[in-house]
Design a protein around this ligand. Structure first.
Ligand code: KIV
Ligand code: NA
Length: 266
């Protein structure tokens, strides 16, 4: 079918229809989730953690994000594709932010970019929206702020912090963002933000009242055998399936059971 757009996301919020979002970083995963009817695919900078094996998302580069975005876009027919702006690609100045966001659209083929930050990033969001690049905001636990936060912790538990997050959400909407990710905040706060904003909220560890939900594909499939946060639900044991296939292959090669005539040329 036709690709979903920011208009579809807004329509879904207005109609009370939940928005299903997953991350993908390559063609096969993008194809499968697009085929199964995912609404939005996020090419997250979580690629740094789950694919590249870094401890956090900070080392991810623009070139890497462009590469993964292109691969995902080639696998998509219906979903909207959003690409993350990696650390230091939008924080230095507005000119760099415009150029880098533009690369994810022009070279990557994404329909929107996502960046982390609230009130502090309002001017940047506005600068991108002004050149017709749709922007998804991201507040709460923002992984690029890992050193400021002193680790990955639930945000907005204290009243003052909660008020700041509400102000951040409003600033992101005011700046022209088309949607906002709320990560690891109390469900009651996410519910309040979702009611107060006109744009869709996409929750991750933000309770059931957000307009949509997003999770990292490797986490929900059990492909990430490292630490997995409380908000992740495991829907499959892909690691088990992969290990089994690899073990059987090794075993058959060692025994001389593979290949047989069936997989050989006459
Ligand atoms: O990089 C990512 O995967 C994300 C989502 C989990 C929101 O930013
Ligand atoms: Na991200």
């Amino acid at each position: 079918g036709k690709k979903k757009t920011i208009l579809d996301l807004q329509r879904m919020k207005d109609a009370g229809e939940k928005i299903a979002v997953l991350t993908a970083y390559d063609y096969p995963f993008a194809r499968l989730m697009d085929d199964e009817g995912i609404d939005v695919i996020l090419v997250g900078d979580s690629v740094g953690s789950v694919v590249s094996g870094y401890d956090n998302t900070l080392p991810v580069t623009m070139d890497e994000m462009v590469y993964h975005t292109r691969a995902v876009v080639r696998g998509v027919a219906s979903a909207m594709v959003v690409a993350d702006m990696p650390f230091l690609s939008y924080q230095v100045d507005l000119a760099e932010a415009r150029r880098n966001a533009g690369r994810l659209i022009k070279e990557g083929g994404a329909q929107a970019v996502k960046l982390e930050g609230g009130t502090n990033m309002a001017e940047t969001i506005r600068a991108l929206v002004d050149i017709d690049i749709p922007v998804v905001g991201h507040i709460g636990l923002t992984p690029q702020s890992v050193h400021r936060m002193g680790g990955y912790k639930v945000q907005g538990r204290q009243e003052a912090q909660a008020e700041q997050l509400l102000a951040d959400a409003r600033a992101v909407e005011q700046a022209g963002a088309c949607a906002i990710v709320l990560e690891a905040i109390p469900a009651s706060l996410a519910s309040r933000i979702t009611r107060e904003l006109s744009i869709p909220t996409i929750g991750i560890g933000a309770g059931p009242d957000c307009d949509g939900q997003v999770l990292v594909i490797h986490d929900i499939l059990g492909l990430c055998e490292k630490y997995s946060p409380k908000f992740v639900k495991r829907y499959a044991d892909a690691a088990g399936v992969i290990r089994g296939g690899i073990r059987d292959y090794i075993d058959e090669v060692k025994k001389g059971a593979f290949p047989t005539e069936e997989h050989s040329f006459k």
